[in-house]
Design a protein around this ligand. Structure first.
Ligand code: SF4
Ligand code: SF4
Length: 351
């Protein structure tokens, strides 16, 4: 088991190192380089982002299941979802749409305004990418984006936040799950304390406000045709910096020093899906068997939810923070817990 954890940590460290290296080359060097060098960087980036990432998801899932063992029923389903999503978004989708950057379109609003920028004819994002993707590639990617948006929001209404955050998310969700035993890369695992959770709440509202601002701006430009170049490009630049710093770099910092799900505490898409999940009746039932108060559920929850307290009173755990990973359900030695939504309850009743 120690050997598997070590390999997982090495793979995760490699992913972080290569991500920093290639992101630096892609965003920092390629824009000012000759066409040949820029193309070489793009090709390496595409290989890394699509094929290497898919390989990591498969290898990480396999290693993690070897560590967590036979009881990981929910986790197995998480991995099946992530592998399917990676094969569709990173391998099959790019081949069918002719767009190797299809992953730009894999997370719906308000996570990023990329799709809206791509739809605005005058935007720098579109002018830069159109020659690379072609009009067909761009149109197909926008169609895929609409489809993904419908699938994610409809799935969340039925299955709760588990559908995106522990099955389909190819940003922080897949890393958090497929490498779960490897966190943190350095030091000891610890749950975020109250102070840190308060900071996450501030970040959550700030990031959601920023995401809605970008969304409203580009939506207005798209429907009104009122494109003001300097303002639009400044906002597009700010959004890229926001992504690179508060999202990508911070997520990596959490992987290295803290927990895999750090970013999920304040992800703007996760926040919106959390609200939808509440409406969908998402909960962890705690009354299937008698709780023996061992605390394994609390220790395994990546979102610092105190499940044990609820289980003592046989009360449902209802929290928009719950990403539906099912770690608590898998960890419970008595089978007391069950992930559920209003829709899942109906299905179970019919069965
Ligand atoms: S909270 Fe955001 S980053 Fe985390 S799994 Fe959900 S969608 Fe992905
Ligand atoms: S309560 Fe359970 S399903 Fe929800 S985040 Fe925590 S461990 Fe995952």
């Amino acid at each position: 088991m120690k050997g598997e954890i070590r390999i997982l940590k090495i793979l995760l460290a490699l992913y972080i190192f290569l991500c920093l290296l290639f992101a630096g080359l892609n965003y920092g060097v390629a824009p000012g380089a000759s066409e040949e060098v820029a193309e070489l960087i793009r090709n390496i980036w595409h290989f890394y982002e699509n094929y290497f990432k898919t390989f990591l998801i498969i290898a990480g899932s396999w290693l993690t299941l070897r560590i967590t063992g036979k009881r990981s029923r929910m986790q197995k389903r998480n991995f099946t979802g992530f592998i399917m999503a990676a094969l569709l978004v990173h391998i099959l989708g790019p081949v069918l749409t002719g767009n190797p950057d299809l992953y730009f379109f894999a997370m719906p609003l308000p996570w990023s305004s990329t799709a809206l920028q791509a739809a605005v004819e005058e935007s720098a994002f579109r002018s830069h990418h159109l020659p690379l993707w072609g009009l067909g590639g761009l149109s197909a990617s926008l169609a895929v984006y609409i489809l993904i948006t419908v699938v994610i929001f409809t799935g969340t209404v039925l299955l709760g936040r588990r559908w995106q955050c522990s099955t389909l998310c190819l940003f922080n969700g897949f890393i958090s799950e497929t490498f779960s035993p490897a966190f943190p890369l350095l030091g000891k695992r610890s749950a975020p304390g109250k102070k840190l959770r308060k900071l996450f709440v501030v970040l959550k509202w700030a990031l959601l406000a920023a995401a809605l601002l970008f969304f409203l701006f580009w939506f207005y430009v798209l429907i009104s045709g009122d494109y003001r170049e300097s303002l639009a490009e400044r906002l597009a630049d700010i959004e890229v910096y926001k992504y690179l710093t508060v999202e990508l770099l911070m997520a990596m910092f959490f992987w290295v020093a803290f927990t895999g799900r750090g970013y999920c505490y304040y992800c703007p898409l996760g926040t919106v899906l959390g609200w939808i999940s509440r409406r969908a009746g998402q909960k962890i039932r705690t009354d299937l068997k008698n709780c023996i108060q061992c605390g394994k559920c609390d220790r395994t929850c990546p979102m610092a939810i105190e499940i044990r307290k609820y289980a003592q009173m046989k009360r449902d755990v209802v929290s928009s923070r719950c990403v539906g990973c099912g770690h608590c359900v898998d960890a419970c030695p008595t089978g007391t817990l069950e992930y559920s939504t209003a829709f899942l309850e109906k299905i179970r009743r019919v069965k």
